[in-house]
Write a protein that binds this ligand. Structure first.
Ligand code: NAD
Length: 259
């Protein structure tokens, strides 16, 4: 299936590793010109080089912290009018809510709620005027089924989800969609960090925590980041203009509900 986005431009945040990187690669394979953003220039450039080699796509990099106003300004100066925006940043640390002070909450809100909103604010009106735009926010399966040790993530992402639900109905008339892609357990550095927190809290090893999580999943495995990237590319496709405001779960069936 030709996704009809060859020659489009995209900003992909948190793109040097994990799910963001996979989204960048899947879009690049469709012929999208991708601006990859992440903090560490060496890791980012290495990832970009690998994607260039595999896809032949035009890939640029922005070594910025997207959670800061300066980082976002630099990113947007390199591509002020993307056709596609994938928002993403590292998730907040796991822990006990009794240990989180106001600063910890503000950091989580900045990274996982206010940064995506600022990036949407900076790009959505131009998408509307060009009658094409696809915005995908990488959130978390924890939006639908909160995980206790991820309280900072549960709270911040719920705020973003509520905001998107309203705006996404305003933009779709102009062929600009805004959707959230909710990862369950995917095999990235992030899941190792989260499981490490759970293992510590329960006094078990990381390997035990990992084996338990895999055994609990109906698919009997963690997701491959490429599966996530390809889902993202489809949401960004020309054909996906009638889907907006959705929270799409990719979790191997872990969430047990019907809806
Ligand atoms: P990861 O840690 O493997 O990769 C995160 C990427 O974001 C890296 O490229 C990192 O450099 C970049 N990044 C982090 N903070 C940044 C910042 N301030 N500015 C720019 N770049 C930044 O994480 P992942 O597994 O790919 O997860 C992506 C998102 O999905 C995270 O928010 C995570 O919490 C969420 N999530 C992941 C899983 C999972 O199983 N992997 C499950 C649920 C939710």
């Amino acid at each position: 299936m030709d996704l009809g986005i060859k020659g489009r431009s995209a900003i992909v945040c948190g793109a040097s590793r994990g799910l963001g990187r996979a989204c960048a690669e899947s879009l690049a394979r469709e012929g999208v010109q991708v601006l990859m953003a992440a903090r560490r220039p060496d890791v980012l450039e290495k990832a970009a080089e690998e994607i260039r080699a595999r896809t032949g796509a035009v890939i640029r990099t922005a070594a910025v912290d997207v959670t800061t106003p300066q980082g976002r300004a630099m990113l947007l100066s390199m591509l002020p009018d993307p056709d596609i925006l994938v928002t993403n940043a590292g998730g907040p640390p796991p822990g006990d809510f009794r240990d989180w002070d106001r600063d910890a909450w503000i950091r989580a809100l900045d990274a996982n709620m206010l940064t995506p909103i600022e990036l949407i604010k900076a790009t959505v009106d131009q998408m509307i005027s060009r009658k094409f735009g696809r915005i995908v926010n990488i959130t978390s399966g924890a939006v639908k089924a909160p995980i206790d040790v991820l309280g900072l993530s549960n709270g911040a992402r719920a705020g973003l989800t509520g905001f998107v639900a309203g705006l996404a109905r305003k933009t779709v008339r102009h062929n600009v969609t805004i959707n959230n892609l909710l990862p369950g357990p995917f095999d990235t550095d992030r899941i190792a960090a989260v499981l490490g927190g759970q293992a510590k809290a329960e006094g078990i090893t990381l390997e035990q925590a990992k084996a338990r999580r895999i055994a609990d999943n109906p698919a009997g495995r963690f997701g491959d980041p490429s599966e996530f990237g390809d889902a993202c590319a489809w949401i960004c496709s020309a054909q996906a203009g009638y889907m907006t405001g959705q929270n799409i779960l990719l979790d191997g069936g872990a969430f047990p509900g019907v809806l």
